[in-house]
Design a protein around this ligand. Structure first.
Ligand code: FB9
Length: 486
C-alpha cells in the first residue's frame, strides 16, 4: 500500500517534499510511510533526507481545556450578573478549576474577588481555548501566546521526524523481488542475471554460536567430584536406581517396621517386585543381628522377614551403595578406603517449592581401623571448607544406621544465620560386623544434597526452576560458572 503509493507518486513527481503531508494526503499512517521509505532507501530505490520539525502538542491538561473551556471562563460563566458569595461559587466548581479560574480571571480583570464575587465585564472571550484548538489543528500561533501556554504547561514541544524523498539510483515504479542467496537453480536457469541481490550487510551480527551447556546441577556436581578426588576419595558405582530393600535398609540395620520403609515414604517396584540375588550367608547374619543382636548388640527382637528384604525399590539414599561397597571390601583382606557417591535418590514424599520426590544425594565415607568421631569432625571441616564453609557446628542427631550421628550446620554470611548443610555419623557395629569387617574397623560417613547448594549458589528459590521438564533453558545457557568455596 504505502510502497506502491510512494513509488507511484515518484513516477509522476520529482519528489515527496514532506512525508507527513504525503501520508495525510494519501490517507496513510505516517509511521508506516516512514518504515517503507527506510526500506526503499536501503535498496537505493529512493534517496531519503531527514526532516525535523519542532512542533507544539497539547498536554493532557491542554486537551481538557480545549474540550471544556479554560478554568477562567468556566469560573466567569458560573457568576450570575448580581454576583455570588465566594463560598457558594467554590461549591459550584471543581477545586482545581476554582483555584486556577480565580487566579486567571482576576489577572484578566474579568472579576472582583470579594466576599461577594462579581463580574467586572459584561462578557469574556475564552482566548486560551481558541489558541489550543488552533495548535491542535496545526495552525501557527504567536510566540507570546506560545510562551504563555507553555508557562501554564498546556502545551509541550515535540520533535517531528519525517523525510523528503526523491528517486534513487535503483528506482523502479515497482520493487523487484530481492534475492538473498544465489542458488544452484539460479545458476542453472540463468535467471541470476535478472535477479536483484540484497546488499551484503557486513555489520550484521552473526548468529549466536550455539553450543552445549552444562546444567547448573551438573556443574556443581563436577566441582564436588573434583573436591572428593582432591581429598583422595574414589567414586562408588551408583548406576542402578533400583535397589533391594535388603541393601537399602536391612544391611544398614534399619528395622523392617521402620516408618521410612513404608510405601508412603518409599517407591516400591511392581515389576520386578523382588530381587533374587542376595549373598545368602550374609543375609542369614543380617537376619540374626536384627532378631537377636550379637557383636555386643541386643538386636531389635522381632521376626525378620526375607520377603520384606527381597522387595525392590527406588533407592532412598546412596547409603545403599555404600553398604554394598563395604560388604565387598569385607570379602577381601582389609585395606582402608575412602569412597564417595553423588547420584539421584527417590523419596515418596510431598513435593513443595524446595522438595521434589527425588534429589541428588552426596555421600562420603572413610573406612579405616580405629577411626573416631574426631576424625569425622576433622574430615567434615576439610570437606566443607573446600565448599567455602569454614564455620561449622554439630548437633547430636539420630540415624538408624549410625551412632553417634550429627547434623552439620554452617554459618551463612549472606543469610546471616546458621544453615543445616548435611548429616553424618559412624556406621553401627550391627551394620559393619555382619559384613565381615575386622572388629577394629570403623566407618565415618556424611551426606548432603546437591540441589540445596546449587539453588543457593545460583540464587534459585523454586526447585522447579532447577530440575524437571519445565525449566527455562535460558537459565542453563546464560548462568555463569559458580565457583564453590576456595
Ligand atoms: O544438603 C543439605 N543442606 C545444604 C547443603 C549445602 C548447602 O550449601 C550452600 C552453599 C551454602 C546448603 C544447604 N541438607 C541435607 C540439609 C537440609 O537441606 C535438609 O533440609 C535436606 N536434606 C536432604 C534430605 O531431605 C530428605 C539435605 C539432604 C540430605 C540429608 C541427609 C543426608 C543426605 C542428604 C545424609 C546422610 C548420611 C548420614 C550419615 C551417614 C551417611 C549419610
Amino acid at each position: 500500500m504505502a510502497e506502491e503509493a510512494i513509488l507511484g507518486f515518484l513516477d509522476n513527481n520529482t519528489q515527496i517534499s514532506d512525508s507527513g503531508q504525503f501520508a495525510t494526503d494519501q490517507g496513510l499512517d505516517h509511521n508506516e510511510v516512514v518504515n517503507v521509505i527506510k526500506s526503499l532507501h536501503g535498496f537505493r530505490y529512493v534517496d531519503a533526507e531527514d526532516i525535523k520539525k519542532e512542533t507544539w502538542v497539547l498536554t493532557d491538561e491542554g486537551k481538557m481545556y480545549a474540550a471544556t473551556g479554560s478554568p477562567e471562563i468556566l469560573l466567569f460563566l458560573a457568576i450570575p450578573p448580581e454576583g455570588i458569595p465566594k463560598d457558594e461559587l467554590q461549591k459550584k466548581l471543581d477545586p482545581a478549576v476554582y483555584k486556577i479560574g480565580c487566579a486567571q480571571a482576576a489577572k484578566n480583570k474579568w472579576v472582583e474577588l470579594g466576599k461577594l464575587v462579581t463580574r467586572k465585564v459584561q462578557q469574556a472571550e475564552d482566548k486560551v481555548k481558541n489558541l489550543l484548538l488552533q495548535i491542535q489543528e496545526g495552525k501557527v500561533v504567536g510566540q507570546d501566546d506560545i510562551k504563555a501556554l507553555k508557562a501554564r504547561k498546556l502545551i509541550a514541544q515535540q520533535t517531528w521526524k519525517g523525510y523528503s524523498v526523491k528517486k534513487g539510483l535503483n528506482y523502479a515504479p515497482k520493487r523487484k523481488k530481492v534475492a538473498t542467496d544465489l542458488t544452484r537453480e539460479n545458476l542453472q536457469r540463468g535467471d541470476w542475471k535478472e535477479l536483484e541481490f540484497k546488499e551484503y550487510n557486513f555489520s550484521a551480527k552473526g548468529l549466536p554460536i550455539e553450543g552445549g551447556h552444562l546444567h547448573p546441577l551438573l556443574k556443581v556436581r563436577q566441582q564436588l567430584k573434583d573436591i572428593f578426588r582432591q581429598m583422595g576419595f574414589e567414586e562408588m558405582p551408583t548406576n542402578n536406581f533400583v535397589e533391594s530393600s535388603f541393601w537399602n535398609f536391612d544391611a544398614l540395620f534399619q528395622p523392617q517396621q521402620h516408618p521410612a520403609r513404608d510405601s508412603h515414604d518409599t517407591f516400591f517396584l511392581q515389576a520386578p517386585s523382588t530381587t533374587n540375588e542376595l549373598p545368602e550367608d550374609y543375609v542369614e547374619r543380617v537376619k540374626a543381628v536384627h532378631e537377636s543382636g550379637g557383636y555386643g548388640s541386643r538386636g531389635y527382637g522381632y521376626d525378620w522377614k526375607r520377603e520384606e528384604a527381597d522387595k525392590n525399590l527406588l533407592r532412598t539414599h546412596t547409603t545403599a551403595v555404600s553398604s554394598k561397597m563395604l560388604y565387598l571390601l569385607a570379602q577381601k583382606p582389609f585395606v582402608p578406603k575412602k569412597y564417595f557417591s553423588i547420584d539421584r535418590v527417590f523419596r515418596n514424599e510431598a513435593v513443595d517449592r524446595t522438595h521434589l520426590a527425588e534429589f541428588h544425594q552426596i555421600e562420603g565415607l572413610v573406612c579405616d581401623r580405629g577411626l573416631t568421631l574426631g576424625d569425622l569432625i576433622g574430615v567434615l571441616h576439610d570437606f566443607f571448607s573446600r565448599l567455602g564453609m569454614s564455620k561449622l557446628r554439630f548437633k547430636p542427631a539420630y540415624n538408624p544406621y549410625t551412632e553417634p550421628s550429627m547434623e552439620i550446620f554452617s554459618y551463612h554470611e549472606g543469610f546471616k544465620k546458621w544453615v543445616e548443610v548435611g548429616n553424618s555419623g559412624m556406621f553401627r557395629p550391627e551394620m559393619l560386623l555382619p559384613m565381615g569387617l575386622p572388629e577394629d574397623v570403623r566407618v565415618i560417613a556424611w551426606g548432603l544434597s546437591l540441589e540445596r547448594p546449587t539453588m543457593i549458589l545460583y540464587g534459585i528459590d523454586n526447585i522447579r526452576d532447577l530440575f524437571g521438564s519445565k525449566i527455562d533453558l535460558g537459565l542453563i545457557k546464560k548462568n555463569p560458572l559458580c565457583r564453590l568455596g576456595i
